[in-house]
Ligand binder design. Structure first.
Ligand SMILES: [Zn+2]
Length: 347
């Protein structure tokens, strides 16, 4: 038996009671008091110096226990555990681990869900003059790093593609975004096309020649896909997203110079996710259909590109930078081809 003072939780009246622990229960007995309930370690307050420990009962009453040693001894004897210092530390450790896990989850969630939304909002607010400057810079950088030169296509060839692409109608529920079509030649870059953050669509001569003069619609197919990226601001969003991460990392690591230097190349090496590729394909499909062109032309061009890259000798492949492959930016999947070839496009 352990002496304690009982408070009923409603009045200030003190009652002398005795506590005992039996069969996992705590029994409180005294004048006008008889209370039995299963013992839980959380019922007991922490040990704080010599201050009396509280035993909280489920009926809102509580007991004050002055004799710590006797309490611990009785609990031990009954095979019960109180929140000792060690178990309390353990609880803190568990709490810290749980808190850490939640923090990591929050960061991952922010990266997956919040960051793209934030990047999209920022991308919408960047003035077009600024994104046009970004494109100029990127083109200049490409000219230096990949020996991009002016196009070798004839004016007539360029004009034919340009006019055909300009004349395309967009589906009624969609807008045709502003875009700038640029032809460039490069020995280093293979057949390729990409949309820069500021809505410049770059097409290499090799892509046009790979399609062949009688398959101009295949080039048009690729261009509608690129326009889909422009429409959804994919490149700009990815760039902003990368910049946000870079700024946060720099703030954390404290080195901005090396980071700034890597931004333009990182921008070009962006690999679109399947989701973004799907969005660009969907845009292309609806735009091509609106203009009476089968979306299969895009599938045909993708297969042609794949064939071209497969034919390259391994040595040539190694010397080619990853950004130089069309599929390094626009990952090719079976589902993409399947969707572009789907029979419902025929109508
Ligand atoms: Zn793409």
């Amino acid at each position: 038996m352990l002496e304690a003072i009982y408070f009923d939780g409603q009045t200030t009246k003190k009652r002398q009671v005795s506590l005992s622990f039996q069969g996992g229960n705590v029994l409180v007995q005294g004048e006008d008091v008889y209370h039995l309930e299963p013992f839980r370690p959380t019922m007991l307050s922490e040990k704080l110096g010599n201050a009396p420990r509280q035993l909280y009962l489920s009926n809102r009453a509580y007991c004050q226990i002055q004799n710590h040693a006797a309490l611990e001894a009785m609990l031990r004897e009954a095979g019960l555990k109180s929140q000792s210092t060690v178990s309390h530390l353990e609880a803190r450790w568990h709490y810290a681990l749980v808190a850490l896990a939640f923090t990591l989850l929050a960061i991952v969630a922010a990266y997956i869900w919040v960051l793209p939304v934030l990047a999209n909002e920022v991308a919408k607010r960047i003035p077009p003059e600024l994104t046009a400057k970004m494109d100029q810079q990127t083109l200049m950088l490409l000219e230096k790093s990949t020996a991009l030169t002016s196009t070798k296509l004839t004016t007539a060839q360029q004009l034919a593609i340009r006019q055909r692409f300009q004349a395309l109608q967009v589906p009624v529920d969609q807008l045709k975004p502003a875009f700038k079509l640029v032809f460039r030649n490069s020995e280093a870059i293979g057949p390729n096309a990409f949309a820069l953050p500021g809505s410049t669509i770059l097409v290499t001569d090799k892509l046009v020649t790979l399609a062949g003069p009688s398959n101009q619609n295949q080039v048009i197919g690729v261009l509608t896909h690129e326009l889909g990226h422009v429409y959804h601001r994919h490149a700009l969003r990815q760039f902003v997203q990368g910049s946000i991460v870079a700024v946060v990392m720099t703030w954390y690591l404290g080195d901005i110079s090396s980071l700034l230097a890597s931004v333009p190349t990182a921008m070009l090496q962006t690999k679109y996710s399947r989701e973004l590729e799907g969005e660009a394909d969907d845009y292309a499909i609806s735009m091509l259909k609106t203009n009476g062109i089968s979306p299969q032309v895009l599938a045909d061009m993708l297969m042609k590109l794949e064939g071209f890259y497969k034919l390259q000798k391994p040595s040539e492949k190694d010397s080619h930078h990853s950004l130089e492959e069309y599929f390094s930016t626009h990952p090719l999947t079976q589902s993409r081809i399947k969707k572009l070839r789907a029979p419902h496009h025929e109508n």
